[in-house]
Ligand binder design. Structure first.
Ligand code: SAH
Ligand code: F3S
Length: 461
């Protein structure tokens, strides 16, 4: 008798935009669907459930959501019974409006309601069109229900939401108030991920270093210390840190624990104090500079990355020059730079003297032009060195694998006869530097539990 099911399995397709929090939420949703017996697919046209996990941090991303939903709607003609769900930040922001704008949309699932997906789908199959948004005290967060398949690092939420009110940012509205998870729960999840075979742990939060033990005394420095001490945590990262909340005790952890990666994403947004004030960031350029110096004293090889916004209302050429100077001075390993985009419900759109699009575009280009040789110079220093690379997947060229160094640089190398499984750490000698990546020669794989990850992954699929 064949053990294969006679009916074709039902499949789901998840498209994810935006930050790591969304990536993890997609894994949580995939896990729930797999528990219901659905299988993942890479082809939306053969899916029975399509989830669009959206981002609304900038206006462009939000517009793309609606055009995407329009494309998915058309699939319903060929696939009766197909369910389409809008999830993530645009879902939270749009709520009911999305159902009226997109006639064939089946449900809208907000950021704090991810754990309710199975239930929402059941109700939809019974005929209800559902909008599940808003923030409640009750949360469904089942660590056993997260699908980690295909992932090379274990992501753990420390903090949900954000209580800062940066005047440009919609995140506090789409992700709700800040909620820290208890330390015991976090440690349990880290151990669970290590059992699963992950070697890199990434702690997540919009202001991850603002974590506090609910009702207790411990802060993020204590948590970092506790996680770094767990046997088997080979690489520990966390994102995103808020500069004002970064204490000396946190800096010390970089010196104390070699398994905390020498890499930190520390969004500065602007090199002008006037802009920082208008953005409501709560620190000065000087304080940021001092923090960077302290971090470099604690861990000289640390690589820093940042986020920058150009064309914020009222930004003058002088403010912009201050940002260029800061970028030149700090020498970030990389950065994300964006043109300011006015967001509904935030304070900044009401500020005077908006910057026109052409000026903002030119400023953005100036930043990228300045950064390119800096990045190339930093990457060139690694040529000839041996780097431990955590394999993340395949490059665009056939036979080329890619991965990340401890300082988060992208490395490409020829796979050879035995490709390395994603999630495994392997040694690569760096042979060439480009501005945005490194090329290298694959040395012998480090012979530890890496293959376990692959077998777990297969079992899970
Ligand atoms: N919590 C993080 C990141 C939030 S959003 C932090 O503390 O910085 C990620 C990045 O998007 C921000 O750092 C900012 O640079 C950018 N961003 C947010 N809102 C924006 C807007 N309205 N226009 C342009 N860029 C924006
Ligand atoms: Fe946004 Fe500022 Fe919070 S950038 S996510 S409001 S720290």
């Amino acid at each position: 008798m064949s053990i294969l099911p006679t009916e074709a399995p039902r499949r789901f397709y998840v498209e994810t935009w935006g930050c790591q929090m969304n990536e993890l939420d997609s894994q949580r949703m995939a896990g729930q669907l797999m528990q219901q017996g659905l299988l993942p697919t890479r082809d939306a046209t053969e899916a029975d459930v399509i989830l669009l996990n959206s981002c609304s941090v900038r206006d462009k991303a939000e517009h793309k959501v609606y055009s995407r939903l329009g494309q998915y709607r058309l699939l319903k003609q060929k696939r009766p019974g197909l369910l389409i769900g809008l999830c993530g930040c645009v879902a939270e922001q749009e709520g009911k409006r999305a159902l009226s704008r997109v006639p064939d949309l089946d449900f809208v699932l907000g950021t704090a309601r991810v754990g309710e997906l199975s239930d929402v789908i059941k109700r939809r199959r019974r005929g209800e069109r559902i909008v599940a948004t808003g923030f409640t005290d009750q949360r469904h967060y089942e660590i056993d229900q997260i699908s980690r398949q295909g992932e090379y690092k274990g992501m753990v939420t420390l903090i949900e939401g954000c209580d800062k009110r940066c005047t440009f940012c919609i995140v506090p509205l789409t992700r709700g108030p800040e909620r820290s998870r208890p330390l015991s729960e976090v440690l349990r999840e880290v151990r669970h991920l290590l059992d699963y075979g992950f070697r890199e742990i990434e702690l997540l939060g919009q202001t991850v270093n603002h974590w506090r033990e609910p009702g207790g005394q411990e802060d993020f420095a204590d948590l970092l210390d506790a996680v770094a001490r767990i046997d088997g945590v080979e690489r520990l990262r966390f994102v995103t840190s808020y500069p004002r909340d970064f204490t000396s005790a946190m800096v010390e952890q970089f010196a104390r624990h070699p398994n905390i990666c020498p890499y930190l994403h520390l969004p500065v947004q602007s090199g002008s104090d006037r802009m920082l004030r208008l953005m409501g960031r709560g620190y000065t350029v000087e304080q940021y500079r001092n923090l960077v110096a302290e971090l470099r004293r604690a861990r000289p090889e640390i690589s820093l990355s940042t986020d920058l916004i150009v064309g914020f209302p009222g930004e003058t050429e002088e403010d912009h020059r201050a940002t260029l100077e800061l970028v030149e001075e700090i020498r970030f390993g990389s950065f994300f730079a964006f043109k300011y985009s006015p967001r509904p419900g935030t304070a900044a759109p009401k500020l005077p003297n908006p910057v026109d699009d052409a000026t903002a575009g030119r400023r953005l280009q100036e930043l990228f032009r300045l950064q390119e040789p800096i990045q190339l110079g930093l990457n060139e220093r690694l040529v000839g060195t041996r780097q431990d690379v955590l394999v993340t997947g395949w490059g665009k060229e056939p036979g080329v694998q890619k991965g990340r160094t401890v300082c988060h640089r992208v490395v490409h190398f020829a796979a050879g006869e035995a490709p390395v499984a994603p999630g495994e750490i392997t040694a690569v000698e760096i042979s060439r530097a480009l501005p945005h990546s490194l090329l290298g020669r694959h040395l012998d794989a480090v012979p530890v539990a890496g293959t376990e990850l692959a077998s777990h992954v297969e079992r899970h699929i």
